[in-house]
Design a protein around this ligand. Structure first.
Ligand code: ATP
Length: 219
């Protein structure tokens, strides 16, 4: 692992909630897998979750929706809590919440504020605690310049970024920004990805993209 990744791992080992940010290819998923292994070695129960099926598969986890029972978000907080308390079909989710020491939320940029708040609410209440997430250690990882949450108006979720939630600000007091792209080592290409992810197109990036233009094979 590189220096920033090691700093992040250390923060986690010290028991802090941690937000890991960094553009595409900076090694966020790589770090998450290492964190999982290290914590498991130390005897912790770690839940590795992502916000989409593909993101979860990438890190060998499950979606946070299937870990927690929030499904597509159509339950109110009280209804979901009631289901987790008395519905036998929800006991596996209740067990997840009760038994987990560390919850990893990968690709957190796609998790809406409403979903984030609901997960926090059920964890706190099921674990009967005053602490955020009922004291589960939370590791969020992602890049808010990548995909945003999908609005779900049917379930009254406008798709606000989770960082807009006050809970988010209080939960993530520790943050590490990974800044070394590990996936590519061509500086021009790395810079181009950085520019484009921020919606910018300076002349050098524009020229690089134009240089890559070629006719499609069937043209
Ligand atoms: N410390 C490291 N040493 C060697 N290879 C690394 C290291 N960290 C990451 N990598 C490699 O760099 C590549 C990109 O890493 P990774 O997929 O974790 O990035 P990411 O930030 O999650 O990217 P994205 O945001 O696109 O999902 C992977 O092939 C990974 O194995």
């Amino acid at each position: 692992m590189n220096v920033k990744q090691l700093i992040a791992l250390n923060e986690v080992k010290n028991g802090h909630n941690l937000l890991v940010l960094g553009q595409s290819g900076t090694g966020k998923s790589h770090l998450v897998c290492n964190i999982e292994q290290e914590l498991k070695k130390g005897g912790k129960t770690v839940a590795v979750t992502g916000t989409t099926g593909v993101a979860s598969l990438n890190i060998g986890g499950i979606t946070v929706h299937s870990w927690s029972g929030i499904a597509d978000g159509h339950y109110s907080n009280d209804k979901l809590l009631q289901k987790l308390t008395i519905d036998e079909h929800f006991q596996k989710y209740k067990l997840n919440i009760k038994q987990t020491d560390v919850l990893i939320l990968d690709e957190i940029s796609m998790l809406s504020a409403k979903m984030f708040n609901q997960i926090e609410f059920i964890c706190r209440n099921i674990r009967d605690s005053d602490l955020y997430f009922g004291g589960i250690q939370i590791i969020g990882s992602g890049d808010f310049f990548q995909l945003p949450p999908v609005p779900d108006l049917l379930n009254r979720d406008p798709g606000e970024f989770c960082f807009k939630s006050d809970v988010f600000k209080n939960v993530f007091r520790h943050k590490v920004v990974l800044d070394k792209v590990m996936r590519q080592d061509e500086p021009d290409f790395v810079k181009a990805i950085h520019d484009i992810s921020r919606g910018e197109l300076p002349t050098d990036t524009h020229n690089l993209l134009k240089r890559l233009q070629r006719p499609l094979p069937w043209q």
